[in-house]
Write a protein that binds this ligand. Structure first.
Ligand SMILES: Nc1nc2c(ncn2[C@@H]2O[C@H](COP(=O)(O)OP(=O)(O)OP(=O)(O)O)[C@@H](O)[C@H]2O)c(=O)[nH]1
Ligand SMILES: [Mg+2]
Length: 296
């Protein structure tokens, strides 16, 4: 029988939520990085096979917020937990169980939904270590299932899909098979690919004070012309992003262009500009993204 449902992928920052979404969907629809708080928006990936449709929602990592942006990110993840049928709680099994995990688990106690625990990054662990982790987590919460995977190496992810299917309750097909694999617009994915390069190339607080937006996208015969604006929240970050004689901006641009061409399957001419919030016409938008408008 055909089954469907909504599944949220939640957990602490950097555990591999977005990587798992990309592996399940088989396409890069969410950016990933080795820095925490990469994901800022809940984005959907639609998985289809002959007898099911599963809508996965990637969420920002839940953490003790230090900044307004952090509070905004947590809020989005919490909101999603309320709104889905099944929760995938994903952890980095190569890290010690910490207060951060317990903090997230506390949230599950008040909601009556199946929570599947995913031990990710098992490519870094021995079989014994995986078993130990399973036992450790079993004592914390009544997870309906525990599934070890490697999202990066696509290990045991197929099994995870099978397990999820046992908990699907809907029979409605929400999206037709030919609709896109994600609800994200091309503009959003392009701006995210630029932000991903900033995450890769800059340190510490820089990536968290940056927002990217596509200003123009124009399809010509052989090439797509794209302008992306990088907005920073203070002037000295502008210098960092531009770099010595524009070297950083050039590197961000050439790396992003490669990924954008792969994504659009067409040659791209990419121009990137940097502005501070005050110089930007759409100030409201960035303030919302940084969490200023949603939380006091
Ligand atoms: N070794 C290994 N690394 C992984 C695996 N899955 C993800 N990673 C790496 O872990 C880092 C974080 O991955 P993301 O997918 O960005 O993590 P996230 O949970 O979405 O992080 P936030 O969006 O910040 O909450 C990246 O460097 C990934 O390549 C895995 O199965 N094995
Ligand atoms: Mg993410």
């Amino acid at each position: 029988m055909f089954k469907s449902g909504f599944v949220a992928i939640v957990g602490r920052p950097n555990v591999g939520k977005s990587t798992l979404l990309n592996t399940i969907i088989g396409e890069k629809i969410a950016i990933t990085s080795n820095k925490p708080q990469t994901t800022r928006n809940n984005s959907q990936g639609i998985y289809n096979d002959e007898d099911s449709q599963i809508i996965f929602i990637d969420t920002p990592g839940i953490h003790k917020p230090k900044y307004k942006l952090g509070k905004y990110l947590n809020k989005q993840a919490y909101f999603m937990i309320e709104d889905v049928d099944i929760i995938l709680f994903i952890i980095d099994a190569s890290e010690k169980l910490g207060n951060g995990d317990k903090f997230v688990i506390e949230r599950f106690k008040s909601i009556n939904k199946p929570v599947i625990l995913i031990l990710n990054k098992i490519d870094k662990l021995s079989k014994e270590a995986i078993l130990e982790k399973i036992i450790e987590y079993k004592n914390l919460y009544d997870f309906v299932e525990i599934v070890p995977v490697s999202a990066l190496k696509n290990n045991n992810v197929e099994r995870l899909i099978k397990v999820i299917k046992n908990y699907l309750k809907d029979t409605i097909k929400y999206f037709n098979n030919k609709s896109k694999a994600t609800n994200n617009t091309n503009e959003f994915i392009i701006s995210e690919l630029v932000r991903e390069k900033i995450l890769d190339l800059t340190d510490e607080e820089v990536p968290h004070a940056v927002m990217c937006a596509v200003e123009k996208i124009e399809e010509k015969e052989n090439i797509i012309e794209i302008n992306v604006l990088i907005v920073v929240d203070r002037d000295n970050l502008k210098k960092i992003i531009i770099g010595k004689q524009g070297s950083m901006l050039k590197e961000i641009g050439s790396r992003a262009r490669i990924d954008i061409e792969k994504f659009l399957k067409k040659k791209v001419f990419l121009s990137i500009y940097v502005k501070t919030i005050d110089q930007w016409r759409d100030k409201e938008k960035i303030l919302t993204e940084f969490g200023y408008n949603t939380i006091n």
